[in-house]
Design a protein around this ligand. Structure first.
Ligand SMILES: [Zn+2]
Length: 257
């Protein structure tokens, strides 16, 4: 697979990286990344994936743009108020990079549709803001052997872990059960700065690009914790758990990651 002159120019600053290559770029072009949640984390994730040349970027979100979203969700602008987030995000991404196919799933991810939405994805990036969705995405990715980058942000804290089902700990291995409903505050209650979400989302995008291109060492069996107030980063080791209901019996993903 050869890259066009326009692609060589558009991606020249990443192609020149010694770790990157035309083959890595070609792998991105054939990839299908699904971004679950197009808000504070999904905005930087979808932007960087589309800009880098991931061939298909799917956006899953059932929400509409609210005024209180705009300080931390930079894919949505003030004239987008009350419009579906998937539509306003897709519009920007198509302008950013017309080489990329952007697919819109204006729907809430549920037990009924999760497997169908995840099917066919090369990678899923979980940018949702609820534990219910986080476990749902994890279980659907494990069931189908699709790699997953899971991320969360609250206040000045963030965490990211990368999962290759059958090879590394899944979210349910690391966090066996969801916290009791209402025990963890939401961004609405606890607050969040847009720049902090940008840090976490950028790490998620970087992890996804590394996995898709086959470069570097992803956050497998490691959970990255970031404290935005002190800039301290902590890596916490985790491992697959025997009998994990999500991943114990899944075969390893076919990707060479
Ligand atoms: Zn597991």
């Amino acid at each position: 697979m050869t890259l066009s002159d326009l692609e060589l120019e558009r991606y020249s600053r990443q192609l020149v990286l010694p770790e990157w290559s035309g083959a890595a770029q070609a792998r991105l072009r054939t990839a299908n990344a699904l971004v679950v949640g197009v808000g504070a984390l999904g905005s930087p994730v979808a932007t960087y994936l589309a800009a880098a040349g991931v061939g298909t970027v799917g956006l899953v979100d059932s929400g509409t743009v609210e005024l209180s979203n705009l300080h931390r969700q930079p894919l949505h602008f003030t004239p987008d108020l009350d419009k579906p987030k998937t539509a306003t995000a897709a519009l920007k991404l198509r302008v950013l990079n017309p080489e990329v196919q952007v697919e819109e799933y204006n729907a809430h991810l549920s037990e009924e549709n999760a497997d169908a939405v995840v099917a066919g994805a090369s990678i899923v990036v979980d940018c949702s803001d609820s534990f219910e969705t986080r476990y749902l995405v994890n279980d659907a990715c494990c069931a189908q052997g699709v790699p997953l980058v899971s991320g969360a942000v609250l206040g000045f804290g963030g965490q990211v872990m990368t999962i290759v089902p059958g090879r590394s700990a899944c979210y349910r291995c690391a966090f066996e059960t969801p916290p009791p409903r209402g025990s963890v505050p939401s961004c609405r209650d606890a607050g969040v700065l847009g720049a902090m979400a940008g840090v976490v989302g950028s790490v998620q995008a970087l992890e996804a690009l590394k996995l898709l291109a086959g470069v570097g060492r992803p956050l497998l069996d490691r959970i990255l914790h970031i404290d935005g107030l002190t800039m301290e980063q902590t890596l916490v080791a985790t491992e697959r758990r025997d009998g994990c209901p999500a991943c114990a019996r899944v075969p390893a993903a076919p990707q060479s990651v």
